[in-house]
Design a protein around this ligand. Structure first.
Ligand SMILES: N[C@@H](CCC[C@H](N)C(=O)O)C(=O)O
Length: 290
């Protein structure tokens, strides 16, 4: 392997990512390497990592290669794997545009959650077709310290627990994953969103992400929040035929989420590349084996 590995740094509403272009899937990125790169003091720093691989070159994506040339091999900041990352896929598309692999307009991206259609707009916004939400039955409770809230179980390809709170400050410091019950609701862990109303069609959230901790934004989380809020408010576009749109404020910005009558959810927000450079492969080797 070369002694230098190219990387970029980007964010979507301040959900930030280390981007590692690796078209032929030649770079070994075990969990310890990802955690080292995402470390904010000893590494580059990021909530997660976007490994950019041609679908045909990745065993998890080769079946999608006919539909989508590029696979977003997404990793959480602790090195764990997740099914989908909504902010990540916008930033991934922005990287492809910058690298000359995509132009304004529509683009298909393979993810572990299936092929997603991304629209790169002239004004700089990026819209993603996030698929449909699944809302499993059953009551869920999440807690922080002495406080507990009922939560809505929403699956956006990855798992979410959405709790409505009177005040986002009630979620406390969110330094560790909020406990939930029953354990069987989320056998692989969960992303927890705390939501407060801001006005008609307008909410704000804080999120504790599985594998990353509290982050400044979560795209799949914002979609889960929009659907949970719609159902709480008695709105279901699949029943009424009327689309529902929510503005979702996150600590790092604003996302706009629309659920269409066919159940498809679209998310629009910014995606920014802020830097590019080279990783020292010897450092990465040492950090990985430490
Ligand atoms: N920040 C992401 C979600 C990333 C994955 C999540 N932490 C998980 O483990 O499911 C987003 O923008 O959706």
């Amino acid at each position: 392997m070369s002694t230098r590995i190219a990387f970029l740094k980007g964010h979507g509403t301040e959900n930030d990512f280390v981007i590692v272009p690796d078209p032929e899937n030649a770079i070994d990125l075990p969990p310890a390497a990802v955690a080292a790169l995402c470390d904010r003091r000893a590494g580059i720093g990021g909530d997660g990592l976007l490994h950019v691989v041609r679908s045909a070159a990745h065993p998890e994506a080769e079946g999608m290669a006919a539909e989508a040339e590029w696979f977003m091999d997404y990793r959480n900041g602790d090195g764990s794997i997740a099914e989908m990352c909504g902010n990540g896929v916008r930033v991934f598309a922005r990287y492809l545009q910058r690298a000359g692999h995509a132009t304004e307009g529509d683009l298909a991206v393979a993810t572990r959650g299936g092929v997603k259609t991304v629209h790169l707009a002239k004004n700089g916004d990026v819209t993603v077709g996030m698929g449909r939400a699944v809302l499993p039955d059953g009551d869920v409770t999440v807690s922080v310290g002495e406080r507990s809230w009922p939560a809505r179980n929403v699956n956006m390809g990855n798992p979410h627990a959405v709790a409505f709170v009177d005040d986002l400050a009630h979620a406390g410091d969110l330094l560790s994953p909020p406990p939930f019950s029953p354990a069987a609701a989320y056998p692989d862990g969960v992303n927890v969103e705390f939501v407060a109303d801001r006005g008609p069609g307008h909410v704000a959230l804080r999120v504790h992400e599985r594998g990353s901790g509290e982050t400044r934004s979560c795209g799949t989380g914002a979609c889960a929040v929009a659907v949970a809020t719609a159902r709480r408010d008695g709105a279901d576009p699949t029943a009424t035929g009327t689309p529902v749109t929510y503005t979702v404020d996150v600590p790092g910005g604003t996302l706009v989420i629309t659920e269409r009558p066919d159940g498809e959810i679209e998310m629009t927000g910014p995606a920014v590349i802020v830097a590019e450079g080279e990783i020292d492969a010897a450092w990465l080797d040492a950090a990985t084996s430490a």
